[in-house]
Design a protein around this ligand. Structure first.
Ligand code: PGA
Length: 251
């Protein structure tokens, strides 16, 4: 049984007062760890604050990005060592906004995945096709290529600590959700790719989220699909009420 993981990706939103207000409202209403793993992906400048405010609760904190080097002359970057120093246990890697706007490549994504795993930080690896790629029937090829390249030299035992997020670029922030059938179909293909790489038991264990205009009113239908193990949510995770409604998708 794969435990669903729901992660709110705040992107470049919120001030420190808003971070505090969100966490104070949400933290005592987070469902039990046994039902769902609940994560907020916080701007790096607020990671320490978020870690402090969530201490002893079921609300986990993720970074939205990191560099792959442990330290060095990389002005403006943050390293896996720094994340671990704050007790951060998850990091989003290769979000399409990072790939499109900040020149991240499959190769840097792979380096970052290795760096995260080396520091026992769970990488949430984002993959997904553009509208053009979907319309030219290349979705499965594009997504499977991204998965294979992100996982170069990642071993089967390491896969236990990897989460994949399938996020069709055309569905992010557009209000255009993939239908639950479309999401299930592509996520199933990702599992087939994992099976080719690592065999069936690993493929069945890895959690794969869907992301792209997930809202409280469509999360249940998406998560009922057999291969969809959670959601990576932008806009609808910014308000505590809405985030909490996502976490209680089963009721
Ligand atoms: P959205 O963003 O939910 O606002 O579409 C999803 C994401 O970018 O992870």
């Amino acid at each position: 049984m794969r435990k669903p993981i729901i992660a709110g990706n705040w992107k470049m939103f919120k001030t420190s007062a808003e971070v505090e207000a969100f966490i104070m409202q949400a933290k005592h209403n987070i469902p039990s760890e046994t039902t769902v793993e609940s994560v907020i992906c916080v701007p790096s400048i607020y990671l320490a604050l978020a870690k402090k405010l969530t201490e002893g609760t079921n609300l986990h904190v993720a970074a939205q990005n990191m560099h792959f080097a442990e330290s060095g002359a990389f002005t403006g970057e943050i390293s896996p060592v720094m994340l671990k120093d704050l007790g951060v246990d998850y990091v989003v890697i290769g979000h399409s906004e990072r790939r499109e706007l900040f020149n991240e490549t499959d190769e840097t994504v792979n380096h970052k995945v290795h760096a995260a795993l080396a520091h026992t930080i769970v990488p949430i690896i984002c993959v997904g096709e553009s509208l053009e790629e979907r319309e030219s029937n290349n979705t499965d090829k594009v997504v499977s290529d991204q998965v294979v390249k992100a996982l170069v030299d990642v071993t089967a035992p390491q896969m236990e600590n990897v989460v994949i997020a399938y996020e069709p670029i055309w569905a992010i922030g557009t209000g255009k959700t993939a239908t639950s059938d479309q999401a299930q179909e592509t996520i199933h293909q990702i599992r087939v790719t994992l099976e080719k790489l690592y065999g069936q038991s690993v493929a069945n264990m890895v959690r794969i989220q869907y992301g792209g205009s997930v809202k409280p009113d469509n999360v249940k239908e998406l998560l009922e699909k057999s291969d969809i193990d959670g959601a990576l949510v932008g806009g609808a995770s910014l308000e505590a009420d809405s985030f909490l409604a996502l976490l209680t998708f089963k009721s």
